[in-house]
Design a binder for this molecule. Structure first.
Ligand code: PLP
Length: 422
């Protein structure tokens, strides 16, 4: 009935083989499937579930909101409060809500083009910004997993104005701006890439991008859909821009700020955002944008996302990272663990990864074997080597111990695959 049996390609098991589990309920750090099996969840809905599943206070707030109706198509209080929360935590001065990260980056790029009167966009290979036509060139996430270099259905004209550069490569950025600087509307980057596995920006790289854009009159669009309120309390920007003293011109958010509901946003400099309809001429709209249930879930989640939550995520991440490292080393599997704030992932059988070419040097069969051994032991990792592993505030000692206990056998399974493929 549904193409590939899934409603988003990353959910399929194409990259690792086998059949996806059908999940019927989730609580805290745990998923339960239709056959009654339980798994420690290291996907967390691909990022949003920062507090864990079925958090009692989020559930109560959502239930109360639903009791007052589900969508009005008029301004509401929770969307104003959520906007205030985003502005308080990040660099953005003004914000517009949408329903998905894809919509957020698509709208931000239109705004950048409308504001600058320019048409070119710069992106990095391996960065994924949603299934926006202009950005489906060398994207990460599902496209990498499925080995699709772009996609049929996107006309060449849609990507002809998109320049794709290697990540973490200052010389490539400088050269691109030297040649096309006066035509570039914006440079878009994942604030810290998580869609080719976690590949952190090298120290100062985001600041360099912001400065290069400023020098050429282009806008710097930082995509924090994944990193926002996840990498740190202030997203990736809290780890670099806030410390180094620069701000992006535009930022996109999603995932955590929706608290498990379809909510996303783009925001940025007040003078740029003023170009958006109805204040300015750049058109953008949405029937369910700022939906009261979604914004209530997001607002409640962010209010509960205290510094203690991020301390816990860091500690839990350290436990898993250390145990994975020890198990893989003991089994003789070469690997690298890479982090951006509280986000991390593990690359099998390759050197440290600084760009998409490096991510593609992973030993994919080793990950597939590791994934299935973990799943058999009751730990649900992302079914792709090109994804971040997500934890939550609900990953307590019991859940972490279940992960740690599953690792030695999974590492052995990965090692055997290395033997047979080398
Ligand atoms: N930008 C980034 C960095 C993402 O990771 C994603 C989704 O994974 C998107 C944009 C697209 O968001 P959505 O899936 O909500 O459309």
């Amino acid at each position: 009935m549904t193409p590939g049996g899934v409603n988003s390609p990353v959910r399929a098991f194409n990259a690792v083989g086998g059949t996806p589990r059908f999940i019927t309920s989730a609580d805290g750090a745990w998923l339960t499937d239709a056959d009654g099996n339980r798994y420690v969840d290291l996907i967390c809905s691909w990022g949003p579930m920062l507090l864990g599943h079925n958090h009692p206070e989020v559930r109560a707030a959502v239930t109360e909101a639903v009791s007052r109706g589900t969508s009005y198509g008029t301004p509401t209080v929770p969307e104003v409060e959520l906007a205030e929360e985003l502005v308080a935590r990040t660099s953005v001065e003004r914000v517009r809500f949408v329903s998905s990260g894809t919509e957020a980056t698509m709208s931000a790029i239109r705004l950048a083009r409308g504001f600058t009167g320019r048409d070119m966009v710069v992106k990095f290979a391996g960065c994924y910004h949603g299934h926006v036509d202009a950005l489906l060139v060398s994207a990460g996430s599902g496209l990498v997993t499925l080995g699709v270099p772009g996609t049929p259905g996107v006309p060449e004209s849609a990507t002809a104005l998109t320049l794709v550069l290697p990540y973490n490569d200052r010389a490539a950025v400088t050269a691109a701006f030297a040649e096309h600087g006066d035509r570039i509307a914006c440079l878009v980057t994942e604030a810290a890439p998580g869609n080719m596995g976690v590949v952190p920006p090298e120290p100062g790289f985001n600041g360099f991008l912001a400065e290069t854009c400023r020098a050429h009159g282009a806008l710097f669009l930082s995509d924090e859909v994944m990193t926002g309120f996840r990498a740190s309390r202030q997203g990736q920007w809290g780890l670099d821009g806030a410390v180094e003293g620069w701000t992006p011109d535009l930022v996109t958010f999603g995932k955590v700020m929706g608290g498990g509901f379809p909510a996303a946003a783009f925001g940025g400099r007040a003078d740029v955002m003023a170009h958006l309809a109805p204040e300015g001429g750049v058109y953008q709209a949405g029937t369910l944008s700022g939906n009261p249930i979604a914004t209530t879930a997001g607002l409640t989640t962010l209010r509960l996302a205290t510094p203690e939550v991020y301390d816990h995520l860091n500690r839990a991440g350290d436990v898993v990272k250390q145990a994975v490292g020890e198990a893989l080393t003991a089994a003789g599997v070469p690997h690298v663990v890479q982090s951006a704030g509280t986000m991390f992932s593990v690359f099998f059988g390759c050197d440290p990864v600084r760009d998409f070419a490096g991510a593609n040097r992973q030993h994919l069969p080793a990950y597939a074997a590791f994934f299935h051994a973990m799943l058999d032991a009751g730990v649900h990792l992302p079914p792709s080597a090109f994804e971040a592993w997500f934890l939550s505030a609900a990953h307590d000692d019991q859940a972490l111990q279940a992960v740690v206990d599953a690792l030695p056998a999974a590492a052995t399974a990965a090692a055997q695959t290395l033997d047979t493929h080398s």
